[in-house]
Design a protein around this ligand. Structure first.
Ligand SMILES: [Zn+2]
Length: 413
């Protein structure tokens, strides 16, 4: 894998790895016409083919320039670093490179390069280096992970992760795993040791973290989910992982978000949603604000709503159970959406902040509407939970609907 500048349009070109004989001779002829230049020393390049190396560019008489010798050494180190990766690794990299390269042609804030070319001096080389404005993002892909066997790999990946951070890169990992260890009945995901460290923290993870903070989780919170909380969870730290898999010859990214918990074996984390998938191209699209998207924002909003609804329902069920059935034997709590009736229990306490968060997610109130609700609560002395019940009971979809219901209620009272 070597690059050459195409002199006509000054574009970087690289040669496909596997080609048929006819293609090789086509490329050779083009090279002999002098159209390929070394991007470093600008010397004309020839095309060679080797069984193992595939098709590649070479300097005449193999007199490589300093820069290209350095790139060669980086490539050798990089290949060694990635020895364990499967053939799919290369295919994934090509897709990612092409996708980002296409975007960089229409977005001047963006540039993309293979890691061994962008950072030939690095001890550890990222697969792809994406630069958005001044921010350098190290994209790395790990294929064929088997968490129970790949212990030493985990340590290696953690080291690479820390190294990238030391070098002021922002690392993002994509993992292809044989299978995920999801314990549905415990609402948990058991992570591979490396995943605990290399999980990303994006703006969506921050949204989830804020939501959790509003819910003020204590051990009882996790009991609702049968989640085996570690005794040491003392800060709320969310994270996300991006899993790669094939579907109809396409590479798909499955996104999982969780609350980090156990920081030793088993690396269990509290799952925030079951995960959802999007195409690699969608995951890698750069937003107009020049941020790597890595999510489906609508899906995230809907997932937070589902999480909240489900959580409040579990809480209600638990309260009803405690109230009605004090002598009962412990029952297993099941998350269900059947019981939609509004509980008449007045014991439920809800903070104003939680109400605003719920309303923000459910009916997308803005800050002005939030102030109106705050005024309303102060003026009427109404409990936040009562407002939420009205939203649920009448399935309000907008602030206007809620306002009408609240006014209506005032008249009846
Ligand atoms: Zn050169």
């Amino acid at each position: 894998m070597r690059y050459a500048l195409h002199t006509i349009d000054n574009e970087l070109e690289y040669l496909p790895y596997k080609v048929n004989k006819e293609d090789v001779s086509n490329y050779k002829q083009l090279a002999n016409k002098g159209i390929y230049q070394c991007p470093d020393c600008k010397a004309n390049l020839i095309v060679k083919y080797g069984e193992e190396r595939g098709m590649y560019f070479s300097h005449l008489h193999s007199e490589a320039c300093m820069e290209s010798k350095q790139t060669d050494r980086a490539l050798t180190r990089y290949n060694k670093q990635n020895q364990r990766e499967t053939k799919k690794h290369r295919a994934i990299m090509d897709i990612v490179y092409d996708e980002l390269n296409a975007q960089s042609k229409i977005n001047r804030h963006l540039s993309v390069e293979f890691g061994f070319r962008a950072k030939p001096n690095f001890k550890v080389i990222p697969d792809i280096l994406l630069t958005i404005d001044q921010k350098e993002i190290a994209l790395s892909f790990i294929t064929n992970v088997n968490p129970s066997k790949d212990e030493s790999l985990a340590k290696e990946i953690i080291k690479r992760h820390h190294y990238f951070i030391e070098q002021n890169l922002f690392p993002i990992w994509f993992i292809e795993r044989k299978e995920l260890a999801i314990e549905k009945e415990k609402n948990s995901i058991v992570l591979w040791e490396a995943e605990h460290t290399i999980a990303s923290y994006t703006s969506e993870d921050r949204e989830w973290e804020n939501l959790l903070k509003e819910l003020r989780p204590n051990p009882n919170f996790f009991k609702l989910y049968n989640y085996p909380l570690s005794p040491r969870l003392n800060k709320l730290e969310t994270g996300s992982l991006y899993y790669l898999y094939d579907e109809n010859d396409k590479i798909i990214v499955n996104i999982k978000r969780f609350l980090k918990d156990h920081n030793n074996r088993p690396y269990r984390a509290f799952l925030l949603h079951e995960g959802y998938s999007l195409s690699l191209a969608d995951a890698l699209s750069v937003t107009p604000e020049n941020k790597l998207l890595l999510c489906d924002p609508h899906q995230e909003l809907s997932n937070r709503k589902t999480f909240l609804d489900n959580h409040l329902e579990l809480q209600k069920l638990e309260e009803d159970r405690n109230k009605n059935n004090k002598q009962s034997t412990p029952t297993v709590l099941i998350s269900t959406s059947k019981n939609k009736k509004i509980s008449s229990s007045k014991k439920t306490k809800m903070s104003n902040d939680l109400l605003y968060e719920l309303l923000r997610v459910r009916i997308k109130i803005n800050s002005h509407e939030k102030n109106l609700i705050q005024d309303y609560l102060e003026a009427t002395g109404m409990e936040p939970i009562e407002v939420w019940k009205i939203v649920e009971l009448y399935k309000c979809k907008s602030y206007k609907e809620l306002e009408n219901r609240l006014i209506g209620k005032k008249v009846i009272d």
